[in-house]
Design a protein around this ligand. Structure first.
Ligand code: SF4
Ligand code: SF4
Ligand code: SF4
Length: 256
């Protein structure tokens, strides 16, 4: 009888352990799959893998940020738990000139020497389907709010179908956008029509085989810096008919 009771007790304990283990495992899997998405990091952060390996989760950057932009990631968020991240729709980075968050980082996970205008926390992307300007309204809130306004965002006319009037829409310029997220914060649509994303998700890459000799500002990938620009020899002059004999000349050429 005692053996039977022990057996039942052990079976119950094993089943309970299996259930708990399964729940924990599922939670771990859910957290890891969420972590696959790249979170927005403070300015000057190393590339994601290096950052996660270098950051010791001390939270000093979070304390140094005067706007409470930075928060330590909680379990289940798309960032390694305890590392600093920010959500622009809650609080964007206001691009402090002296970048206090990077200055206090003790491990080099954040680059102290990076000017804030060179930061690449992410890249702003506009959804034309929900942007008010794309619907024909003169919103332009993101343009006016952008700390790098005129460089990171400009307003450009865009022709409208079946209408002689153009719409004026925001254009983001990746080379100047810091990913601060002020535009995402200020966008008046219910869900922001301009969002900050990982640049790798939206930026393409021009192949090395495309030559844009006409655009001197875009150097050909792999080309040595001192490579002289190649001049293209003009095509040989086509044989032209003498002015006075046009038709006859053609007829003569065509005659065997
Ligand atoms: S630059 Fe300023 S606002 Fe932006 S994260 Fe650092 S301390 Fe915060
Ligand atoms: S603030 Fe939002 S809705 Fe307004 S122009 Fe910018 S992206 Fe469009
Ligand atoms: S994230 Fe938005 S506000 Fe910040 S620099 Fe880029 S376009 Fe401007």
């Amino acid at each position: 009888m005692q053996d039977r009771r022990d057996f039942l007790k052990r079976s119950t304990q094993t089943a309970a352990a299996a259930v708990c283990g399964g729940l924990l495992w599922n939670a771990l899997l859910a957290q890891q799959s969420a972590q696959a998405a790249v979170p927005l990091r403070p300015p000057g952060a190393k590339p994601e893998r290096d950052f996660a390996a270098t950051c010791i989760k001390c939270g000093q950057c979070v304390v140094a940020c005067p706007y409470h932009t930075l928060q330590l990631a909680r379990p289940g968020e798309p960032a390694v738990t305890g590392t600093p991240r920010f959500a622009p729709r809650e609080v964007p980075c206001y691009m402090c000139e002296d970048v206090p968050c990077t200055q206090v980082c003790p491990t080099g996970a954040l680059d102290k020497s990076l000017p804030i205008t060179k930061a690449k926390m992410g890249l702003a992307v506009v959804d034309p389907g929900s942007c008010l300007s794309w619907q024909g309204l003169r919103c332009e809130v993101c343009f006016r709010a952008c700390p790098v306004s005129g460089k990171a965002i400009t307003i450009a006319p865009h022709p409208r179908q079946l209408s002689r009037h153009a719409v004026f829409v925001p254009l983001v310029h990746a080379e100047a956008c810091t990913g601060c997220g002020v535009c995402e914060k200020r966008c008046p649509t219910e869900v922001a029509a301009i969002r900050i994303v990982d640049p790798a998700l939206v930026q393409g890459k021009i192949g090395a085989h495309y030559r844009m000799e006409w655009n001197a500002e875009v150097p050909r990938e792999g080309a040595p810096p001192s490579e002289p620009s190649r001049s293209i020899a003009p095509p040989p002059k086509a044989e032209r008919p003498p002015a006075q004999q046009g038709l006859d000349w053609l007829n003569q050429k065509g005659t065997p």
